[in-house]
Design a protein around this ligand. Structure first.
Ligand code: ATP
Ligand code: SF4
Length: 315
């Protein structure tokens, strides 16, 4: 469905490049929900925004993003915008707060789907709103008249009205209370299960929320992947020291490791304008070795997982 290969996306700033996404490779399969987790500033939003909403000061240094055989990095902005909503749709962070306050939901839908929709889009919107437990008269309301949970569901309905192959949802549950979080996660899973979308990329710093719906989980640290694999395995038996520390810091998950437990997550993530040499996690890693400081770990395959850590390279 989607293949991202060695993607490097930096921000150009007056003091040099910020290496926000630095050599990220993964695939998204048909029917899959891929969760992306990691601390604030690990590059999650930059990665998913660049896929379908690239804009300055983001600069692609290397890599490709292949969707249905097309490298999205080599097409024009006009061609990319044709794929947006119909092929790959994104709900960026804070989208529910960015709805135009002066327009009713009906007008917002009309603006976004103009020239792209077939059939009666309003009837379709009404039907989808009903599916997610909202009355059809939401179309007549202004965003300000809706609660946060209602607004987030409306945004997700609008973003999927044209039945995209891929939905990218960035922190769509973080501003909601626990009950509403669950409702939104269930809604996303039902979109996949009923074929409204084929695959979903769900970004969240809340690993427990991802665990509820994701088939696979990808953990990012300082612009790179630390570990990616089936959700049960990544959460239940994390391999990368960063994943372990991250999961250890979430008591809700109640994980019992098969091997020695590491202690919490100490220290701060590095500044990505001048990241550490070798493994970027080495200054915080309690089991770092000399080679970790000197050289970047290559990807190591462990069962269905890929882990970026010298401990698993077999060398
Ligand atoms: P969060 O969960 O807080 O959204 P994130 O994991 O999504 O974090 P990004 O927002 O992608 O991370 O940020 C990755 C890095 O890029 C951070 O170091 C951030 O400071 C930097 N960054 C983001 N936007 C810009 C920008 N416009 N100019 C310069 N640096 C930026
Ligand atoms: Fe720790 Fe080394 Fe693995 Fe990095 S490569 S996580 S520093 S053991």
């Amino acid at each position: 469905m989607l293949r991202v290969e060695d993607l490097r996306v930096y921000y150009k700033t007056l003091s040099g490049y910020v290496r926000a996404v630095d050599g990220v490779t993964f695939t998204l399969s048909k029917g899959e929900i891929l969760g992306i987790a990691g601390e604030s500033g690990s590059g999650k939003s930059t990665l998913v925004n660049y896929i379908i909403l690239p804009k300055p000061p983001m600069v692609r240094i290397a890599g490709s993003i292949v969707y249905r055989g097309i490298d999205l990095t080599s097409i024009t902005p006009g061609e990319l915008s044709k794929i947006r909503y119909t092929g790959i749709s994104i709900v960026p962070q804070y989208a529910m707060d960015a709805l135009s306050p002066t327009k009713r939901i009906r007008a917002i839908i009309r603006d976004l789907t103009r020239g792209r929709a077939e059939g009666d889009i309003e009837e379709k919107a009404r039907e989808r709103l009903r599916m997610v437990g909202l009355p059809g008269d939401v179309l007549d309301r202004y965003p300000i008249e809706l609660s946060g949970g209602m607004r987030q569901r409306v945004v997700l309905v609008i973003s999927t009205l044209l039945d995209p192959d891929v939905l990218i949802a960035d922190e769509v549950t973080s501003a909601l209370d626990v009950t509403m979080q669950r409702a939104v996660l269930e809604m996303l899973a039902s979109f996949r299960d009923t074929g409204i979308v084929r695959s979903i990329i769900l970004v969240s710093h809340d690993i427990a929320a991802l665990y509820q719906v994701a088939d696979r989980i990808m953990i990012m640290y300082a612009g790179k992947i630390s570990e990616i694999g089936p959700a049960e395995e990544v959460i239940g038996d994390p391999l990368h020291p960063y994943t372990r520390a991250l999961i250890d810091s979430v008591p809700r998950l109640g994980v019992r490791y098969k091997t020695r437990r590491l202690t919490g997550l100490k220290g701060e993530p590095p500044r990505l304008a001048s990241p550490p040499t070798g493994c970027r996690f080495h200054p915080r890693c309690s089991v770092a070795e000399e080679r970790c400081r000197a050289r970047e770990p290559p990807p190591a395959r462990v069962g269905k997982r890929t882990v970026y850590c010298w401990l698993y390279t077999g060398g």
